[in-house]
Design a protein around this ligand. Structure first.
Ligand code: ATP
Ligand code: MG
Length: 392
């Protein structure tokens, strides 16, 4: 029996004329992931993309697993292709849905007619097919309000389709339709999740990471690279910038009051990140901060950090609890990497008593006593780029 994959997109359907450029980006994302699995034909109509395998033996389960990581997709289902003929629809539905219906107790039939010339109207299709299924599977009960499954019959231009199992897509908008932003990626739990959340809104992600050897180890960097590699599953290709930060941290330690170490360090990270953004066309910064999580994430501290930023700083986790963030990190499979115990540059120079409510004027004054201009320049020059590609 011939099967296709139907992909429904959600929010994108609401974008009017822009819909077509969203659709182009989505098509590109889908083809990139599916083409290595075999030859497919793609078409679209009424907020649905049809993926039609053109050869035998293509692994459709793998195709669906890949599609579930593509943003912009609301739901996915495997459907059986029928002729536009009611008896063919009934015959195939009974066989195709056998396994599903045997495991189900309550169901309903729903029908959609894109082709209004089809001789039966939707309620009639539902009634007739429902009757046939009830006869064949007597344990089934109809429940129109809250059925376990909905058997769907779609009458389209050239074919009819029958399906019953709808899988949830990744939601959001396709990556690449909302511009590019730079994720400050640490080895922690939060920042990979922050990158995932912005990618979900269609933003292409670059990443920047600050290292302070010999205070931070090769192993710590490797861990961050693993995280970057992992989030390409959802984010697509990522340019990863690695910034040598040791001299700056040593200068902070030498010149600035200990209680301000972290804030000054974060301001310098932001300055460097912005310089890299300018070079590569990123329009905003992204961090994994959440209000009150640590001393540098109070409102006052964020005011001091943002004072050096000329571009927007997105903090998609700002109102989330740690438990909620962890839940997402498990879902996207970054949690186990994040909890590996390697020190990063923030933990190495952590002040014993950080200022929880710093004042901008005091921070600026303390930072002026360091010679940071040249060191920032040098760090930007020493930054190394590594490209992480989506694995297909
Ligand atoms: P995370 O779990 O993401 O490490 P955190 O709760 O440990 O966050 P901080 O260490 O204060 O918080 O870092 C706050 C944010 O600053 C991080 O989410 C990340 O965006 C950025 N950041 C921290 N350290 C680095 C680093 N070494 N390189 C790049 N970005 C960093
Ligand atoms: Mg951290």
């Amino acid at each position: 029996m011939k099967e296709v994959i139907l992909i429904k997109y959600g929010e994108m359907a609401l974008k009017g004329q822009n819909k077509y450029s969203f659709e182009d980006v989505l098509f590109k994302q889908i083809k990139r992931r599916l083409n290595p699995l075999g030859n497919f034909e793609y078409s679209s109509a009424q907020s649905t993309i049809y993926v039609d395998p053109q050869e035998e033996g293509i692994d459709l389960d793998e195709a669906i697993a890949r599609l579930q990581k593509v943003f912009g997709i609301a739901s996915i289902c495997r459907a059986c292709v029928c002729e536009k003929d009611f008896s063919d629809i009934c015959e195939k539905a009974q066989v195709y849905l056998e396994e599903t219906l045997e495991e189900t107790r309550t169901y309903k039939v729903d029908a959609k007619r894109a082709d209004k010339t089809f001789p039966m109207k939707s309620p009639e299709i539902c009634r007739e097919l429902g009757g046939i299924l009830c006869e064949k599977y007597p344990h089934l009960k109809v429940d129109v309000k809250n059925p376990e499954i909905t058997v769907m019959v779609e009458i389209r231009d050239t074919n009819a389709y029958v399906h019953a199992v709808k899988l949830k897509g990744a939601g959001g908008l396709p990556v690449g339709c909302s511009g590019k932003a730079m994720l400050l990626l640490s080895g922690g739990i939060d920042s990979p999740v922050a990158g995932y959340m912005m990618a979900k809104r269609g933003v292409s992600i670059s990443a920047i990471h600050f290292i302070s050897p010999p205070y931070t180890s090769d192993r710590a960097l490797l861990k961050v690279e693993q995280l970057c590699d992992k989030i390409t599953d959802y984010c697509g290709d990522i340019n990863f910038y690695c910034v040598p930060f040791t001299e700056i941290q040593e200068e902070i330690r030498r010149r600035c009051p200990e209680e301000y170490f972290t804030i000054i360090m974060r301001r310098l990270m932001m300055e460097i990140a912005q310089r890299i953004c300018e070079k590569e066309g990123s329009l905003a910064l992204i961090t994994g901060e959440s209000v009150g999580q640590v001393a540098s994430q109070t409102l006052q501290a964020m005011v001091c950090t943002d004072a050096v930023c000329k571009i927007p700083v997105f903090r998609p986790l700002i109102g989330m609890d740690k438990t909620e963030i962890i839940e997402i990190s498990r879902k996207i499979d970054t949690f186990d990497i994040s909890i590996q115990p390697y020190e990063d540059c923030c933990t190495v120079f952590t002040p014993r008593h950080p200022k929880i409510r710093p004042q901008l004027s005091m921070i600026e004054e303390s930072q002026n006593s360091g010679n940071f201009g040249e060191l920032v320049e040098k760090a930007v020059e020493g930054t190394q780029l590594k490209r992480f590609k989506l694995k297909v």
